[in-house]
Design a binder for this molecule. Structure first.
Ligand code: AMP
Ligand code: MG
Length: 329
C-alpha cells in the first residue's frame, strides 16, 4: 500500500471521509498527538487499528467528536460537574470516561461499559469530524509502545505502507496525549495526566483524585500498564542533582565511539557545554510540546539518549514526568 501525506483541506478531507466510510483507517492531526482514525461504529475498521499498531486488544480507544455533537447520543452524562468541565476545557486536551450507550462498537471499548470521549480543538480535525458526520475512534498513530507522533512525517516513519492517507495538519501544539479523566463517580479521577491538570479540574469540579496504578491492581485505564513512548535507541535517566553522573556516562559513551545526546530543560544547557543536546525548552507547556519531537529526533541521531528528569511533578509536569520516565527510565 502506498501511503500519501496530504495537507489537510477540503479536498483531502473529502478523500479521507471516503476512505473512512469504506472501512479504512487514516492518520489525522489533533492538538495533542496524531491519531490513527476509524469510524467508531465500524467493527472491522476498528479491528484494523489494532492490527496496524500492534496494540494490545485490551486497551480501549478514545472516541472523537466535533464541538456541536450531542454527546448524550454516545454516553450517559451522570455527574453535575461534567457540563462545567466541558464548558471550561472542551474542545481541548481533556478526555472524559463515561458510561457508554453502546453505540460505539465493542471492539473500540474492549467489551467494557464505559467510553472515553474527547472534542479536539485542532481546526483541521474539527473539519474532518464534521465532514465524517460520525464519531471517530483513534489511538495515537504510532506502532504500539513507540513514541507518539507529533508531525505527519513521524506518522509516516512508523506506518508507511500500512495506511493509505495521512492528513497533515502541522506540528501538534500540545505535544503529549490528553488528560484521561474518569467522571463516572462523584469525584473525578485522573487516569492519565496531561495538559489539563489536577489543579484545573479541581477548580471547576470541586475535587479531583489521581488514580494510582500499582502492580497487581485491577486496572481502570488499561493503557497505563504498558510500557510506552520508547525511542529506538538506548536511554538513561538522571535526576537534576545527578548532573555529574550524567556527564560521566556521556563521556564514557563518547569514548567508546557511541553517539550520546543529553536531553534536558533549556536552563540546564550551560552545564553541558560542547555536548550534543536535545533541549526541551523552559516552561511546562513548552517542554510538553517538544518532548516527543526531541525523543524522535534523538533516536535517529543517537546511540543513547541521556535524559535529565524534571525538578517538579505538579501541574503539567505530572504528565511530562510520567512520559519521560516511561520513555527513558
Ligand atoms: P491512546 O489512544 O494511545 O492515547 O490511549 C488512550 C488511553 O485512554 C489509554 O490509556 C486507554 O487505556 C485510555 N482509555 C480509553 N478508553 C478508556 C475507557 N473506556 N476507560 C478507561 N480508560 C480508557
Ligand atoms: Mg498511544
Amino acid at each position: 500500500m502506498i501511503t500519501e501525506i496530504k495537507t489537510i483541506n477540503e479536498r483531502s478531507i473529502a478523500e479521507a471521509v471516503k476512505i473512512l466510510r469504506s472501512g479504512g483507517v487514516i492518520g489525522m492531526p489533533t492538538e495533542t498527538v496524531y491519531g490513527l482514525a476509524a469510524i467508531g461504529t465500524d467493527s472491522r475498521a476498528v479491528e484494523k487499528i489494532y492490527e496496524v499498531k500492534g496494540r494490545p486488544s485490551d486497551n480501549p480507544l478514545i472516541a472523537h467528536v466535533h464541538r456541536d455533537y450531542d454527546i448524550e447520543k454516545l454516553v450517559f452524562v451522570e455527574q453535575d460537574y461534567i457540563p462545567r468541565l466541558m464548558n471550561e476545557y472542551m474542545p481541548g486536551p481533556l478526555t472524559l470516561v463515561m458510561r457508554s450507550r453502546g453505540i460505539i462498537c465493542k471492539e473500540a471499548v474492549c467489551g467494557g461499559d464505559t467510553l472515553a470521549l474527547r472534542i479536539p480543538s485542532h481546526e483541521g480535525c474539527q473539519a474532518l469530524l464534521r465532514a465524517a458526520d460520525a464519531p471517530i475512534v483513534a489511538p495515537s498513530a504510532n506502532i504500539s509502545k513507540h513514541t507518539s507522533p507529533v508531525t505527519a512525517r513521524h506518522v509516516y516513519d512508523d506506518l508507511n505502507g500500512k495506511i493509505p492517507l495521512i492528513l497533515d495538519g502541522g506540528k501538534c501544539s500540545g505535544g503529549i496525549e490528553s488528560t484521561v479523566l474518569d467522571v463516572t463517580e462523584k469525584v473525578p479521577r485522573i487516569l492519565r495526566a496531561g495538559l489539563i491538570t489536577r489543579e484545573m479540574i479541581e477548580k471547576v469540579a470541586g475535587g479531583c483524585e489521581i488514580a494510582e496504578h500499582k502492580d497487581g491492581d485491577k486496572v481502570k485505564s488499561p493503557g497505563v500498564k504498558y510500557r510506552h513512548y520508547r525511542p529506538r535507541c538506548r536511554t538513561a535517566l538522571f535526576k537534576e542533582d545527578e548532573i555529574e553522573e550524567a556527564k560521566l556516562l556521556y563521556d564514557k559513551e563518547t569514548a567508546s565511539g557511541n553517539r550520546a545526546y543529553i536531553m534536558c530543560r533549556t536552563p540546564l544547557a550551560n552545564y553541558f557545554e560542547g555536548k550534543n543536546l536535545l533541549l526541551l525548552g523552559t516552561g511546562g507547556e513548552e517542554i510538553a510540546s517538544n518532548l516527543y519531537e526531541r525523543l524522535l529526533q534523538g533516536e535517529k541521531e543517537a546511540d543513547i539518549i541521556i535524559a535529565i528528569d524534571m525538578p517538579r511533578e505538579d501541574g503539567v509536569y505530572l504528565g511530562i514526568t510520567n512520559r519521560l520516565r516511561k520513555s527513558c527510565g
